[in-house]
Design a protein around this ligand. Structure first.
Ligand SMILES: *Cc1c(COP(=O)(O)O)cnc(C)c1O
Length: 336
């Protein structure tokens, strides 16, 4: 169907991100997905149309990246155990009874990746939802949960030279007394989508959210760091952030490997304008240098030294070309 809406203001500016995020022709689908205990051919995994909608209300998920190593001819899942622990915490917040153990979820993911014979970077997404399509205004905690796992190719953007121009969103990060921001829940993504949409329409690559206290929280789907005078600073877990596993990994690796001190504390909006460096981090975002905020150049307006060094380090760690933190990588095809 032709889209004859007028181009949004600043359309030319976000061409870059439009092609980054959504390609015109959908990629071929993987051969299999995993649903409620078994591998299912992609085309056969259907549900009744009336299931669309309410199942998403309490659904929680994880996003895990797998990185292909040409050298080792293996695929490495990054921090799988941490992702499964967080999935369990998200489920607890939604009062979901576990349908599948962490060990079984791990086997399910490995089976799925092997069945699809991926030899490239991938993104794996387990999704847990209440069965039965219970309307959103009704309690659903007595319903059984179902699990769907999909995996798809997702090329890494590390070391491709990308950099983002961000704005401070006029949308505020959802607060812990409204909906639990630390749950990785589909419903929370309405907040994220409003932020991304506003940012794109206004000609930015992404938006950064303040929390209800007016302090910096995070991006739409990634946490945030700033670097000032050689110190890396990130907002605390109580700032309304999703407790990011990438953020936690960087809080370890920055001081331990790069010798960069870290500080976890409240961050003001104007600190982003005055920072030497800003970057977003997350499984999907990886390390994304932010080179301007509200059109204030960050530092020189180019990705800074700490960000560059960190991107190199992260690239090595996720692919296993850097042997440090071996427990962070789960090999798919060979034994650890
Ligand atoms: C998943 C997610 C992140 C990043 O978390 P990681 O564990 O690093 O992938 C940040 N913010 C939101 C809202 C998220 O959903």
């Amino acid at each position: 169907m032709a889209d004859d809406r007028p181009a949004p203001p600043g359309a030319a500016l976000h061409e870059k991100t439009a092609t980054q995020g959504q390609t015109a022709a959908p990629p071929p689908t993987p051969a299999y997905l995993w649903h409620n205990g078994r591998l299912v051919p992609w085309q056969d995994a259907t549900v009744h149309i009336t299931q669309i909608g309410w199942t998403a209300i309490s659904a929680v998920f994880e996003g895990i990246r797998g990185y292909w190593s040409n050298e080792r001819q293996d695929l490495y899942l990054f921090r799988l155990d941490e992702h499964l622990k967080r999935l369990a915490r998200s489920m607890k917040l939604m009062r979901m009874a576990p349908a599948v153990s962490a060990a079984d979820l791990t086997s399910a993911m490995l089976d799925l990746l092997r069945a699809n014979e991926f030899r490239e970077d991938v993104y794996v997404q387990p999704l847990v939802y209440f069965a039965g399509g219970v309307p959103g205004y009704r309690a659903a905690y007595t319903q059984p949960t179902e699990v769907l796992i999909t995996a798809r190719p997702a090329p890494s953007a590390l070391k491709t030279g990308r950099a983002s121009h961000c704005c401070i969103s006029s949308w505020v990060r959802l607060a812990d007394h409204v909906m639990p921001p630390r749950a990785k829940a589909l419903a929370n993504y309405q907040n994220s989508r409003l932020v991304s949409t506003e940012a794109r329409i206004n000609g930015y690559d992404g938006g950064i959210m303040l929390n209800e206290r007016g302090k910096v929280a995070e991006g739409a789907y990634a946490c945030i760091f700033l670097v000032r005078d050689g110190v890396a600073v990130t907002p605390p877990a109580t700032a309304g952030i999703l407790e990011s596993i990438t953020r936690a990994s960087l809080l370890e690796a920055l001081p331990q490997v790069l010798g960069v001190p870290v500080e976890v504390r409240e961050v003001d909006r104007t600190e982003l304008y005055l920072a030497d460096e800003v970057f977003l981090c997350g499984t999907l975002a990886e390390i994304d240098p932010v080179v301007s905020v509200d059109r204030y150049s960050v530092g020189t307006g180019e990705p800074g030294t700490v960000t560059r060094r960190l991107e190199d380090l992260y690239h090595g760690l996720v692919r296993g070309t850097d042997p440090r933190y071996p427990a962070w990588r789960i090999p798919v095809y060979h034994d650890a």
